[in-house]
Design a protein around this ligand. Sequence first.
Ligand code: ADP
Ligand code: MG
Length: 238
Amino acid sequence: MDQGIHIEGLSKRYGAGDTAVDALKEVNMSIAPGEVVGLVGPSGSGKTTLLKCLGAVIEPTRGRMTLGGEVIYDHAEGGWKTKDLRALRRDRIGFIFQAPYLIPFLDVTDNVALLPMLAGRANAASRARAQELLQALDVAHRAKAQPSELSGGEQQRVSIARALANQPPVILADEPTAPLDSQRALAVMRILNQMASQYQTAIIVVTHDEKIIPIFKRIYHIRDGRTVEEAGEGRQIS
Ligand code: ADP
Ligand code: MG
């Protein structure tokens, strides 16, 4: 089975009858391990719906999804194939949001170490791994700080470290650079690209951000629930 993310014929209908909305219409996407792709489309085009299906937050209406070598959903075979969807979300998928959503009463290290601890990993090993990631993201000097003491850019880097903590095969990022200035946005993209190649993570970045769109080597455009694939510029980040 192929690693990475594979989506075949994915459809999502909200509601039924006259008021039904077809938010996704037979979407096909493939993201290889180590690849970072953009998902770009206007408001209401289905981006969040797609991430929610992939994140097992909502159930698709049709199609098939594979994450990290495992079929997680196959409508033709009865729907969800993964029994424990919470464990799937906790261990196999990293989420990065527009806002960092750090836990205010935990220091930076424990914000990053929390998910591995919840997944049953020893506290010391979880914190050691957190240190390593904070180092890679250039925020190790803030390891003992509280989230409220960090700048916006630092908080976002900590939230990326947290998304990587369980070494998920997949990262789903919804507008991760929207609140950042140009330099910080490019820095976040550089980190995501590095992390993808270092840990062989497959990453989808939903974005409208003109500053980062030239960075992608491959972009899926989405409009009215349908995707079209396009080669990106794949510009180097200086
Ligand atoms: P985007 O993230 O690209 O802005 P969404 O995935 O949020 O788009 O929405 C896609 C379409 O599905 C829109 O027409 C939206 O109104 C509709 N939609 C989203 N969530 C729901 C819901 N829970 N119930 C009904 N319709 C929804
Ligand atoms: Mg959205």
